[in-house]
Design a protein around this ligand. Structure first.
Ligand SMILES: Nc1ncnc2c1ncn2[C@@H]1O[C@H](COP(=O)(O)OP(=O)(O)OP(=O)(O)O)[C@@H](O)[C@H]1O
Ligand SMILES: Cc1ncsc1CCO
Ligand SMILES: [Mg+2]
Length: 268
């Protein structure tokens, strides 16, 4: 399977034209960042975690984004309820296992959510993905202690076992399913100095899943777009503060020519 500027642009246009509602159950830290990124991309975000409304919200949404960044018991219940409804209605679900591998509670919760139903995509950094297959690793809070390649076998087995796509983010981004791997080399180190860039990648994957039923390609497209927008933003920014602002503007103003010029990916 291949991705190119044309296939990425075609998905972006579908997002612009259909403005898909993306239901996010996400953490307090990044709610504002990920909602703004979804808007800049052309999607329509809503953050809703009350157990009383998650089924109704997911029923009108085109994709569900689950993020365990600031979890507690009632949130987990709401996540499971939303996931079950999404599954019933055949809507795509993307999980961000934030901090899995940092505490047993986070690792066990992420694993429990994965077992709840078949997810469409799981995206995390290398430490988080590695921890999901029961391997002992130390995630440093929400940050990875490993390079992306470290988690590739874990990602493959996770993808195979759960019939899903797995995205490992970091300096290199790896898009993994049972029988193929794409490496995307867009992005900039300054992105790791802004909280929630990974959570933003997960939310954008949600938007691409809403318009593209091929989860592997949709994930690769979203990952390339965040990397390219991050690269453009980093060249204009003087530090993490201005990077955030420039990132939203770059995402909003992204052109097909930018993708043609900057897209860097390899099949491995
Ligand atoms: N050193 C780097 N070089 C290039 N891009 C990077 C680098 N580090 C992170 N990125 C990019 O930043 C984005 C977030 O990836 P990262 O692995 O930092 O997520 P994360 O650890 O889940 O972050 P968070 O928990 O803060 O949301 C990805 O798009 C990734 O490609
Ligand atoms: C810093 C932080 N802590 C919990 S969630 C979050 C956002 C980045 O993952
Ligand atoms: Mg993360």
């Amino acid at each position: 399977m291949n991705i190119n500027a044309h296939s990425i642009w075609s998905d972006i246009q579908k997002i612009h034209n259909s403005v898909p509602l993306i239901h996010n159950i996400t953490n307090y830290v990044v709610m504002n960042n990920t909602a703004n990124a979804l808007l800049a991309l052309g999607a329509s975000p809503v953050m809703a975690h009350a157990i009383e409304e998650v089924e109704d919200m997911v029923s009108i949404a085109r994709a569900l984004v689950i993020n365990i960044g600031t979890l507690s018991e009632t949130w987990i219940e709401a996540m499971q309820k939303a996931m079950q409804k999404a599954h019933e209605l055949k809507k795509p679900i993307v999980l961000d296992p934030v901090g899995a591998g940092a505490t047993p509670y986070r690792t066990a919760t992420a694993q429990k959510l994965i077992e709840t139903i078949n997810l469409t995509v799981i995206r995390g950094n290398a430490s988080e993905i590695y921890s999901l297959v029961g391997e002992d690793t130390q995630t440093k809070g929400v940050d990875s202690t490993q390079q992306s390649e470290f988690a590739i076998e874990a990602a493959k087995s996770l993808a195979q076992r759960n019939k899903c796509t797995v995205v490992i983010s970091g300096m290199k981004d790896l898009i993994v399913n049972a029988d193929q791997v794409i490496q995307i080399e867009n992005g900039h180190p300054l992105m790791a100095k802004v909280t929630g860039m990974g959570c933003t990648a997960t939310a954008l994957i949600g938007a691409f899943l809403a318009v593209n039923t091929d989860a592997f390609i949709a994930s690769a497209h979203a990952t390339a777009v965040i990397g390219i927008a991050g690269e453009i933003a980093a060249h204009q920014a003087t530090g993490p503060g201005s990077l955030q602002i420039h990132f939203l503007d770059a995402l909003y103003k992204l052109k097909k020519e930018d993708i043609e010029e900057k897209l860097k990916f390899y099949k491995i």
